[in-house]
Design a protein around this ligand. Structure first.
Ligand code: FE2
Length: 436
């Protein structure tokens, strides 16, 4: 007997009337109109059954700290970094864990079941590292938390000196942090930025780890560290294991240079993470008008065959005062900022917070096919585009075939003087907009 049988589901690829059979936490069959005994039966009523959402870039050590010890007045990346520096000495492991666990609850309720979080490793106590490793252990039954050792102050620029910062980072990896991070554009010089990439990629290669660097998060068109990241990726044979996060300077670069750069990135098998909510607010702050959008060149990178994911980056922290763990909000902003309005492009935005994000994280067993984990969300939407348009409610969230969370369908009731009786109201599709 099956553990779970879902019937009448619409899948992101457009197939309708589909059944998904689940046994022992895995999908065992996906086919039209399956009929088999099951302990639990769910009629999806033609709503969209989606893989879970994946956030490819987040900062869980800073989340939900907005206002501590003060708010970011300028709205810039640099004031955010300074503000985080003021907050760090005040952090306690307990408070940090409590905020992170609260955020994980929010995430699961939004069907967000895998998060790559950068964690600051510049504190020699590694307080945030220890706290997030404990959070990772606690949430493991319901959320995959992947951690990146992130030297926020720069491995070469940080006040403790390069040796101590590299030692902090290595200790974080020893404790179980998964991925090597970096921030080359924040190092003192272009040369130091390039050197930091070399050192950190060599460390990752020696340990067999993935790399995910904050890279060129700047409006300076001459911030070209991604070129070095692609070079070191190839030199060290790290193809497919390295991600460039942010890459906002690409927005401002000369087109001729970009026509050389993107093929180099593709050749190196780099992945890219754009963070649309954050970079539409942080970037362009030194501009008068026109103000640059400051998001990397998502459609062009996708056209080159590069996996591009979207990250939430921040929720209520020194850099960003808003956010709720809703990856459909992230996809919607990415769609707008990159003007990805064709049907194909809008579906690519959905993939940037589901399938492509899972590829960037290297997640195994992710997808809606036989053999994959039975992790999925039933959305109050008929297709991925509608899901983005409505930031659709997550009616049910499953992990390993077990129901984790339910949210009621969004239905309004109108009371209009010129309409007899009350009218239920939904925005789920034109046919359903107003039903008597
Ligand atoms: Fe970030």
């Amino acid at each position: 007997m099956l553990d779970l049988l879902i019937k009448n589901a619409t899948l992101p690829d457009g197939r309708t009337g589909m059944s998904v059979a689940v046994l022992d936490g895995k999908i065992v069959e996906v086919a039209p109109a399956l009929d088999a005994p099951a302990a639990n039966l769910l009629d999806a009523q033609n709503q969209l059954l989606s893989p879970p959402f994946v956030d490819a870039h987040f900062h869980m050590d800073a989340t939900l700290s907005y206002g501590l010890p003060r708010v970011n007045q300028s709205g810039t990346l640099l004031e955010g970094i300074a503000l985080w520096g003021e907050l760090k000495p005040l952090l306690t492991e307990e408070a940090l864990m409590e905020r992170a666990l609260t955020y994980c609850d929010w995430a699961v309720a939004k069907g967000l079941l895998a998060i790559r979080s950068h964690v600051d490793v510049c504190d020699p106590r590694l307080l945030a590292v220890r706290a997030l490793l404990e959070v990772k252990r606690r949430v493991a039954p319901y959320l995959d938390l992947q951690l990146v050792a992130f030297p926020q102050d720069g491995v070469l620029r940080g006040t403790q000196g390069p040796q101590q910062h590299m030692a902090n980072l290595q200790r974080a990896l020893d404790l179980g942090v998964d991925v090597v991070g970096g921030i080359p554009h924040f190092e003192r010089t272009q040369h130091d930025g390039a050197l930091s990439i070399k050192l950190l990629c060599e460390l990752a290669a020696a340990r067999g780890l993935m790399v995910d660097m904050h890279c060129d998060e700047s409006d300076d068109p001459l911030s070209r560290h991604v070129e070095t990241l692609a070079f070191e990726t190839q030199r060290l044979g790290l193809q497919g294991r390295v991600t460039g996060s942010h890459l906002t300077s690409m927005h401002s670069m000369d087109n001729y240079y970009v026509s050389k750069l993107i093929p180099l990135m593709a050749e190196a098998g780099l992945h890219v993470v754009a963070n649309p909510l954050i970079n539409i607010t942080l970037q362009g702050r030194h501009d008068t008008y026109p103000k640059r959008r400051g998001m990397t060149r998502v459609p062009e990178l996708l056209a080159a065959g590069i996996h591009v994911a979207f990250g939430h980056d921040c929720v209520m922290d020194p850099w960003y005062s808003l956010g709720s763990g809703d990856m459909l909000e992230v996809a919607q902003m990415g769609l707008h900022v990159a003007q990805m309005t064709s049907q194909t492009a809008m579906r690519q935005c959905f993939s940037a917070v589901t399938g492509n994000a899972a590829r960037v994280l290297g997640l195994q067993g992710y997808g809606l096919e036989a053999g994959c984990y039975a992790d999925f969300c039933l959305l109050q939407a008929r297709d991925p585009v509608e899901a983005i348009r409505l930031r659709a409610p997550r009616l049910k969230v499953f992990r390993r075939g077990k129901l984790l969370c339910e949210t009621p369908a969004s239905v309004g009731r109108l009371h209009l003087p010129d309409r007899p009786g009350s009218t239920t109201w939904q925005t789920s599709s034109p046919a359903d907009n107003c039903e008597q």
